[in-house]
Design a protein around this ligand. Structure first.
Ligand code: BES
Ligand code: MN
Ligand code: ZN
Length: 490
């Protein structure tokens, strides 16, 4: 797994600043006011910091933006990064500042002179999240080692605030690694093995094989994987950090390790992107990891349906009718609308077994959500305003785009089948909504539920605030926060 850069917090040591050989970072507010560390650097460089901050170009910087003093005289550092950060910086601006530092850090040791900077832990989180590269399959990985030291006026406080954030970064890195992994490497079996390995963090993990899934009646899930040589699996992860009698939050993830479309084969161009079709399961894994690492005081169960959607002589056909675990029958019109077939059985099983207080499913479910919302927002569908608003608030606080979409009977009607209880697709219109309506048919009355369509945000082609190109880890931070806000005792 890609390791999260360890960041240490120390008391400010003026004498060490001149000797630091890597990069040194200082923060200056837009008015050009210098903190202790910045003043020290200014003195060592005989006023270079002040000259820079008085320049016209510095005035154009926005909070979190970076300017640089290359080869500063009077210091061993190869560069001083000067970050514009208001004294009243928001969490988001602090993270952006950290991300700006991570991008230039490369293999150098970084010394951050945070002094009395607000949200130091968030700066560290920004560094940790942006300092990611997926290099598992590079024969010559870029050197990214190198330490990060943050000098702060209150190092213990910063360290304590950073610890749970680093757990989130660890979780997001797991999500990114899983989502970036190619499908020949991340098979259903390998995925299940990696989840089982999280037992050492204190999670209870069970792996259900095809025989068990078959006796549970998960036939819609199994039909998706029946064309593949990789066995279908459902993995159940339990974090029991709350009161024994508290009903858990259930997280359910679509884990299609590769989506060819099946017999309704996808076009060749861009098909390689479908290695990320397990992104929902990746987020569930990442959240469970974060909760275990920070020992969250909540009960959360994570369930993922791991399958591969391949065409073959055994594959499910368009026109086949399959009975779900719930008992409802589904006419498979399009084998490429497979995610909902996987989720409906896992969602039913989750409710049947755990009677959750709430259920949230995540899936790279539809191309249509990308048409609607692009790569900025995930589609949010819910039957419960309280739960939904709490999630939207958490996502807003984490800077992860999320936009609520409608549900309704008129959309549900589009799933009517002549020969079965429902079809697995609506028409061309409202493709993301009919997909959500399909899922809602498997939500029990009284279960507050959110469906997150993350097809546009799980993996991206241009960098985001805290992630490079590729898998983003979208959702780990928001769901972690939702657990803290809504399900954790304090
Ligand atoms: N995995 C895809 C959705 C997807 C598309 C994810 C692009 C990420 C990027 C899903 O299984 C799918 O194929 N959906 C179909 C549904 C259609 C057949 C009703 C789609 O979106 O075209
Ligand atoms: Mn598909
Ligand atoms: Zn898919």
């Amino acid at each position: 797994m890609t390791t999260v850069t360890p960041i240490s917090f120390e008391e400010t040591d003026i004498d060490r600043i001149a000797e630091h050989a890597g990069r040194v970072a200082i923060f200056v507010d837009p008015e050009g006011r210098l903190d202790t560390g910045a003043r020290r650097v200014n003195k060592l460089t005989r006023g270079a910091v002040a000259r820079l901050t008085e320049s016209e170009s510095f005035g154009k910087l926005k909070p979190g933006d970076r300017s640089v003093l290359a080869y500063p005289v009077g210091m061993a550092a190869e560069a001083v990064d000067v970050i514009c950060l208001p004294r009243t910086a928001s969490v988001h601006e602090a993270r952006k500042a950290g991300a700006a530092l991570a991008k230039v850090r490369a293999r150098d040791d970084l010394l951050v002179l945070a002094g009395s900077t607000r949200h130091v832990a968030e700066v560290a989180f920004g560094i940790a999240m942006r300092d990611y590269g997926f290099e598992d399959h590079k024969s010559k990985p870029a050197e990214r080692a190198g330490s990060v030291t943050v000098m702060s006026n209150k190092p213990e406080e910063a360290q304590a605030a950073a610890a749970p954030l680093m757990a989130v970064a660890e979780g997001a890195f797991m999500t990114r690694d899983l989502t970036n992994a190619p499908a020949n490497v991340l098979t259903t079996t390998e995925f299940a093995d990696q989840l089982a390995a999280m037992e050492k963090l204190g999670l209870k993990v069970e792996v259900l094989d095809e025989k068990e899934l078959s006796s549970l009646g998960m036939r819609t899930l199994l039909c998706v994987g029946q064309g593949s040589d990789s066995p279908s699996k459902v993995v159940v992860m339990r974090w029991e950090g709350g009161d024994k009698d508290d009903a858990p939050l259930a997280l359910v993830g679509k884990g299609v390790v590769f989506d060819t479309g099946g017999i309704s084969l996808k076009p060749g161009a861009g098909m390689e992107d479908m290695t990320m079709d397990m992104g929902g399961a990746g987020v569930v894994a990442g959240v469970m990891r974060a909760l275990a690492l920070r020992k969250a005081q909540a009960n959360v169960v994570g369930l993922v349906g791991l399958v591969e959607n391949m065409p073959s002589g055994n594959a499910v056909r368009p026109g086949d009718v399959i009975t779900s675990m719930k008992g409802d029958t589904v006419e498979v019109i399009n084998t490429d609308a497979e995610g909902r077939l996987v989720l409906c059985d896992v969602m039913w099983y989750a409710q049947d077994r755990f009677q959750p207080a709430a259920m949230i499913d995540l899936a790279t479910l539809t191309g249509a959500i990308i048409v609607g919302l692009g790569h900025e927002n995930a589609g949010v569908f819910s039957n419960d305003d309280t739960l939904c608003n709490a999630f939207l608030k958490a996502a807003g606080a984490e800077g992860e785009g999320a936009w609520r979409m409608p549900l309704g009977d008129a959309y549900d009607k589009l799933l009517k089948s002549r020969i079965a209880d429902m079809k697995n697709i609506g028409g061309r219109a409202a493709g993301s909504i009919t997909a959500a309506q399909f899922l809602q048919r498997f939500v029990k009355d009284g279960t507050p539920w959110i469906h997150l369509d993350i097809a546009g945000v799980a993996s991206v082609k241009s960098e985001t605030a805290l992630a490079p190109v590729g898998a983003t880890g979208w959702g780990v931070a928001s769901l972690n926060r939702l657990v803290a806000d809504m399900f954790e005792k304090d």
